[in-house]
Design a protein around this ligand. Sequence first.
Ligand code: F3S
Length: 65
Amino acid sequence: MKVQVDSSKCQGHNRCMIFAPEVFEVDDYGFASAQRGGEVPAELADKARTAAANCPELAIVISED
Ligand code: F3S
């Protein structure tokens, strides 16, 4: 699985950090990006999906591979 944060949509709600702090990180302004270049370890896949489902801006894009 890969995950990306669409920076044009992210508004800094930081719900992704609540649900999957091992997958995302935030900058000094509170905007999120994906750790590890977007590669999600299998054991964190469910957390990444939960974070994506809870982003109010639908800024998190998941691609299954
Ligand atoms: Fe941004 Fe959504 Fe996270 S708005 S900070 S990607 S919850």
